[in-house]
Ligand binder design. Sequence first.
Ligand SMILES: Cc1cc2nc3c(=O)[nH]c(=O)nc-3n(C[C@H](O)[C@H](O)[C@H](O)COP(=O)(O)O)c2cc1C
Length: 195
Amino acid sequence: MRVFLGVTGASGAPYAARLLRALAEAGCEIGLAASASGIEVLATELYGDPTLARQEVLRRFVEPAGDAVTVYDVNDYGSPYASGSAKVDAYVVCPCSMSTVGTLAAGAMQNLIHRAASVALKERRTLVLVPRETPLSSIHLDGLSRLQQAGAVILFAAPGFYHGPQTIDDLVDFVVARCLDQLGLDNTLVKRWGR
Ligand SMILES: Cc1cc2nc3c(=O)[nH]c(=O)nc-3n(C[C@H](O)[C@H](O)[C@H](O)COP(=O)(O)O)c2cc1C
C-alpha cells in the first residue's frame, strides 16, 4: 500500500511518529512531507529542542521506519504525490493544523501537503486529517465540515479511556489504531471493544 503522510504544525508529534512506524511495519511505501511548523513541532515534542536543524529532525523522525520512507521537501511539486496520475492508496495529515484545515477548505494549495490532500479529494481517495485544536471557532468548524463533506475523514487526536490506558503510549496507540482502521490496515495496537 502506498501512503502519503503530511506532518503539519499542530501539537501531536507522538501520533505522527507512531503512525509512521506502524505504516512501515504494515509494509507500506510512505511518502513524507513536513511543513516548517511541522518540523518545529516534531523538534519540540519529540526531541525537546525547537531549534534542532530540519535535516536532523527528519533523520531522527524517519529512522525507525527505515527504507519504507521517502522524504520530500514541502515545496517539491515534482513529487509523485502532487499529481492524481500517481497511484496512491491513501493520504494522512497528522497532526493537522487549523492553518492547513483552512487552506484545504478554501481549495488553496500552498505546499505539497495541501496539494496531496487536495489531490486525494478530487480523485476521491482516502484522506484522513488528524487535528488536535481545542476549543474550535466557527471558522474551524466550517472548514472541517466542508472537508468532511468533500470526502475527508476528520479523525481528532482524541484518545478514549475505555481501554484502560496505563501510559502515554497507550493513548497515542488509541488514535493511531483508529487512523490505521480508516486506511484499512489490520492492527492490534489497542484491544477492540466488546466481549
Ligand atoms: C509547538 C507548536 C504547537 C502548535 N500547536 C498547534 C495546534 O495544536 N493546532 C494548530 O492549529 N496550530 C498549532 N500551532 C501553530 C501552527 O504551527 C501555525 O499556525 C502554522 O502556521 C501552521 O502551518 P502548517 O499548517 O503549514 O504547518 C503550533 C505551533 C507550534 C510551534
